[in-house]
Ligand binder design. Structure first.
Ligand code: GDP
Ligand code: ZN
Length: 302
């Protein structure tokens, strides 16, 4: 513990819920609601903050947010990026065969995770219904970690807990794939806690960016969750980041004739050559082009 400029005892804590200028911190003595000092501070779950205990008020006061290792950014109001969480170690991309997975969505999440320097794990849920071998094989061949799970039978839940050892992660994916079912297996009271946060944040009108972090039932990991996190669509703002998000395209790009090749219509493009030879799959290239055209700088190009 150190002293701040007002000579108050100051310590650091983990933010486990954030909505606007309020939220909750986790400390060794328990969890406290907090309020931010200053207008510029916007802690989100996963942040490490410095705080002081105010004797008169029941809330803790957060003075500063430590530099972030990464930010989970989604495409928010009018396409502006919004930060939902910070310091995320792992993103679990949940897919299923019913409803059938969307390869573009998988690639979009993988690209976002790659740009955040965050590990991505593709989880095929509902493996009690079908084993979906082909799709997992394709991604594991690219070097991504994959696993099978079933929220119904409990298969794979312990594997997720193990991967989250000392880490924080979140589950993303399209509706109906079983995210809520898996979250409830990992954190039994997750839904009740999210409802509580939604209610509290409604007053502050921050429902869309409110997020929270739960300790896992087993093990020592954290699960980031909120209605906005479960169906989050990532923000990827520039074409360079899109390329960086496709490992095999970034690798092939080193052989393109032009250093600034966008792999669209340029001559001597090694990426297009590898798509033609089948070394890069057509659907991954299609996802690349689709994400490329969704960025702000592609829209500005003639
Ligand atoms: P979410 O929309 O991604 O949160 O999906 P839910 O957790 O609400 O699940 C959607 C439906 O799939 C529900 O009817 C679940 O009971 C069902 N479901 C979830 N996980 C499994 C699973 O592992 N196997 C089977 N057979 N059904 C599942
Ligand atoms: Zn190229």
């Amino acid at each position: 513990m150190t002293k701040n400029q007002d000579n108050k005892a100051e310590s650091t804590a983990l933010v486990v819920a954030g909505y606007g200028r309020r939220g909750k911190i986790h400390t060794s003595e328990g969890d406290y609601p907090f309020l931010c000092k200053g207008r510029r501070i916007r802690p989100v779950c996963g942040d490490i903050v410095t705080w002081t205990k105010n004797e008169q008020e029941k809330d803790a006061v957060v003075d500063a947010v430590n530099p972030r290792q990464n930010e989970l950014q989604r495409s928010g109001h009018r396409g502006k990026p919004e930060v939902l969480a910070a310091n995320v170690d792992m993103i679990f991309i949940i897919i299923a065969t019913q409803p059938k997975y969307d390869p573009f969505l998988i690639d979009r999440y993988l690209a976002a995770a790659g740009n955040m320097d965050c590990e991505a794990v593709i989880v095929l849920n509902k493996c009690d219904l079908s084993n979906g071998e082909n799709i997992l094989g394709e991604y594991s061949a690219l070097g991504y970690r994959t696993l099978k799970a079933s929220a119904k039978s409990g298969t794979g839940v312990d594997a997720i807990e193990e991967l989250l050892h000392n880490k924080s992660g979140l589950l993303v994916g399209q509706s109906g794939v079983g995210k809520s079912s898996l979250i409830n297996a990992l954190v039994p009271d997750a839904d009740a806690a999210v409802a509580e946060i939604s209610e509290a944040s409604l007053e502050g009108k921050h429902t869309t960016t409110a997020s929270m972090m739960h300790p896992l039932k087993q093990g020592d990991g954290w699960l980031i969750d909120s209605p906005g996190v479960r169906d989050f669509l990532p923000y990827i703002g520039d074409t360079r980041s899109v390329q960086a998000g496709f490992i095999e395209i970034a690798r092939a790009a080193e052989q393109c004739r032009f250093a600034n090749c966008q792999h669209l219509r340029e001559p001597g493009c090694a990426v297009k050559e590898q798509v033609e030879s089948g070394d890069i799959s057509q659907h991954r290239y299609d996802s690349y082009k689709r994400l490329y055209h969704m960025t702000d700088d592609a829209k500005l190009k003639p």
